[in-house]
Write a protein that binds this ligand. Structure first.
Ligand code: ATP
Ligand code: MG
Length: 335
């Protein structure tokens, strides 16, 4: 198998429950790679969650278990994946401080992902320094365990690029310690939001969550944007920019029937309710087994926390080894 030598690391910010964007963007690859790589890590990025929620630590705290539950319910297996909490591996913070010297302020401000998120969150010049620097802390997340393959959504690609610049600069200054990393984007690099926004995001309030009930899925799909000119069933409709069809393209495996439905919709004679009902069924089929497993796991939160505790112990062993190497390379190993 082609990834057998790779070390995989992925993670989520505990800023809310996970949605379909996570599922197609990275969780599916996490599950695949835990069987096909030499080692895999999954991190709950609570420190990164705090970068734009410093005044709301309870939100981050509450969501640690939520994102862990979502991943476990989808099939991330703690026997195969080391699941850990970022803040409990202080070596990551130590490595972040070292990497801070390798990146300029101008470069941080140029990162298109961060730039866009700063705009979206309305920070402008008042952006918390920790938020602006999150690509640096992400480099530490990725490199503390010498990971080589990173399953991410498309929005994270500029961050991975910045990580590789840090690898280059570190190795140039201190001698070779790290290797460059590769990204792996899912089949759907960026799932749009139910509001038609270019990205479904936890902080954007436009998601269908992996824990949503059938009732919630129904309400969300029924509220989806189709074509405002498609008022009567017999009116010809637009499939481009039609959120319902965008989702059917991704989630409905019967491509032939979808192509036929599109033709019919374009000609006129197909109502929005028909395509919306179809989408509800398709999404329910994907989400219902995840929801069932999640409800089962929710009964035993201690077990979930124990999984994270055990994983964190393992991650720390690796982190200490890397930090010893880093300290030696920089000649800050005194005693
Ligand atoms: P927030 O809005 O708080 O940043 P988020 O929804 O972007 O939350 P993250 O925890 O930041 O979620 O991202 C976790 C992983 O999921 C990242 O690899 C990210 O690229 C991927 N991801 C998030 N949203 C999508 C999406 N809509 N489509 C594809 N991948 C996504
Ligand atoms: Mg994000």
């Amino acid at each position: 198998m082609k990834n057998m030598n790779e070390i995989v690391l992925t993670g989520d910010r505990p800023t809310g429950r996970l949605h379909l964007g996570h599922f197609v963007g990275s969780i599916q690859n996490r599950i695949k790679l835990q069987n096909e790589s030499s080692k895999s890590f999954y991190m709950v990025a609570d420190i990164q969650g705090l970068t734009d929620n410093a005044n709301n630590p309870q939100k981050v705290r509450d969501n640690v278990i939520e994102v862990a539950l979502d991943n476990l319910a989808c099939g991330v297996d703690p026997k195969k994946t080391i699941m850990f909490i970022q803040s409990e591996v202080p070596e990551i913070a130590e490595l972040t401080v070292i990497f801070l010297n390798l990146v300029t302020l101008a470069r941080l401000k140029r990162n298109p992902t961060v730039k866009n998120e700063i705009k979206q969150k309305g920070f402008n010049e008042d952006v918390p320094a920790g938020f602006l620097c999150y690509p640096i802390s992400q480099a530490a997340d990725i490199l503390f365990c010498k990971s080589s393959l990173i399953p991410v959504g498309e929005d994270q690609l500029p961050v991975i690029e910045q990580v590789n610049e840090i690898v280059d600069t570190f190795n140039r200054y201190y001698g070779k310690v790290f290797n460059k990393v590769k990204h792996l984007v899912g089949d759907t690099p960026r799932l749009i939001g139910i509001d038609g926004n270019s990205k479904m995001g936890k902080s954007l309030n436009n998601g269908i969550y992996l824990s949503d009930s059938l009732k919630e899925i129904t309400q969300k799909v029924m509220s989806m944007y189709t074509d405002p000119k498609h008022i009567h069933v017999e009116d010809p409709g637009n499939v481009e920019g039609n959120v319902v069809f965008s989702y059917l393209d991704i989630f409905d495996s019967n491509k032939k029937e979808i192509a036929e439905l599109k033709e019919k919709y374009k000609k006129g004679g197909l109502g929005d309710v028909v395509i919306k009902k179809r989408l509800i069924n398709v999404l329910e089929e994907i989400i219902s087994p995840i929801r069932t497993k999640r409800l089962e796991l929710e009964k035993n939160p201690e077990l979930v926390m124990k999984i994270l505790e055990d994983g964190t112990k393992k991650a720390r062993i690796v982190a200490k080894e890397t930090m010893a190497e880093v300290r030696k390379a920089i000649r800050i190993n005194y005693f």
